[in-house]
Design a protein around this ligand. Sequence first.
Ligand SMILES: Cc1cc2nc3c(=O)[nH]c(=O)nc-3n(C[C@H](O)[C@H](O)[C@H](O)COP(=O)(O)OP(=O)(O)OC[C@H]3O[C@@H](n4cnc5c(N)ncnc54)[C@H](O)[C@@H]3O)c2cc1C
Length: 401
Amino acid sequence: MSQTPAHSTYDIIIVGGAIMGASAAWFISEDKAFDGRILVVEKDPTYEFSSTMHTNSCMRQQFSAELNVRISQFAAQFVQNLPDFMHGDWVPKLKVRSFGYMYLADTEDFAGVLRENLSVQAAAGAATQLMTPDQIKAAYPFYNVDDIVLGSINLVDEGLWDGTAVFDAWRKAGRANGVEYVHNEVVAMTKNTAGTRLESVTLASGEVVSCGQVLNASGPRAARTAGMAGISVPVEPRKRYSWIFAAETPLDRDLPLTIDPSGVHVRENGGGTYQCGAHSEIDPAVAYDDFAMDHSLWESHVWPILATRIPQFEAIKVTHEWGGHYSYNTFDHNAIMGPHTQIENFYFLNGFSGHGLQQSPAMGRGTAEIMVHGAYQALDMSPFNFERIETNRPIIEKAVI
Ligand SMILES: Cc1cc2nc3c(=O)[nH]c(=O)nc-3n(C[C@H](O)[C@H](O)[C@H](O)COP(=O)(O)OP(=O)(O)OC[C@H]3O[C@@H](n4cnc5c(N)ncnc54)[C@H](O)[C@@H]3O)c2cc1C
């Protein structure tokens, strides 16, 4: 990846080249109506600190907002039917390992939320089923369900998928379409005198690049990038911890991505290993470069919960652990996309609050539609526009993990 853009003017500049930037770049470059130049500026081409590389890599249809259900349905359809030219030698034919997400409710109130969510999901065609504690125990004997009132699971197109392979394929196919990726950092932006349009972005290397449109795909740094255009966006980095562990006695069937009522979640990882995630009780915004692990959390909080829920997890050994960032939308935990209301050529692709990997196909497609055609076509994504924040109309997503 070079550091210097080949041209001093681009029709579209994308700030951030992880999964959202790569998806949007590819979908735009595929659009027959687009005949311009796309520059993707990425400050860290190893992607080591991106959310994309810290993910659980799962998809689900169990959301409370119908649009999120439909977005995930498109993800399942897209990744399982990748265009042939996107299949490099290293990109397998992708299938979702559909072990489902198992939501466990331990109160009647929470069970009521699962029932409400099911009606939204069923209306959108999702195969979610409610399970009584006896049904859960019969299907998954390893759970302790003594305190459980109700469970909810969907075994169709819900589970593990290979987000990294799709990310690689998008970058490769985008480059083949002429998308330029440069290793650099966007550090400033300039506007016209009326303040209604961005005219250029400045890179850390000092180059000033003129822009047609600018897309903010900078993940947890979304607010910093928007700030360069004088825009305030309610997205902040929140730390999420992950652990991989091996079980002395592995479970005899796939472990659904199980969401314990405490919020601790754990899923099948293959080969007698499991991936688990949690956050601290106090969940503040953290510094952009703070990825330090909280080593006490496992012993004091996570492992006891796991061993209570699945007694076989009394005997386990952690093999890997890491801290990552959600780009957390503090307004309503949902995506923010489309154009800004006053700066007409500044576009958002931000705020995914822990469910962005699975949203990347629909977000890339929707972004291409709005940036190239000025309107959504396949799926109306306008409920996620920035205007809802200015006019205080939240679309609360209740099923945030
Ligand atoms: C622990 C964890 C588990 C998760 N599990 C799931 C899951 O199971 N399913 C799911 O759907 N989602 C999951 N997510 C969420 C998902 O990973 C993110 O929503 C998604 O990866 C967001 O991608 P992004 O491209 O917006 O952001 P990022 O991957 O963070 O990429 C942003 C990129 O922008 C670059 N950048 C920032 N500022 C600049 C700048 N000024 N100039 C140049 N480059 C810049 C950064 O270097 C970075 O590479 C999880 C997240 C975490 C942390």
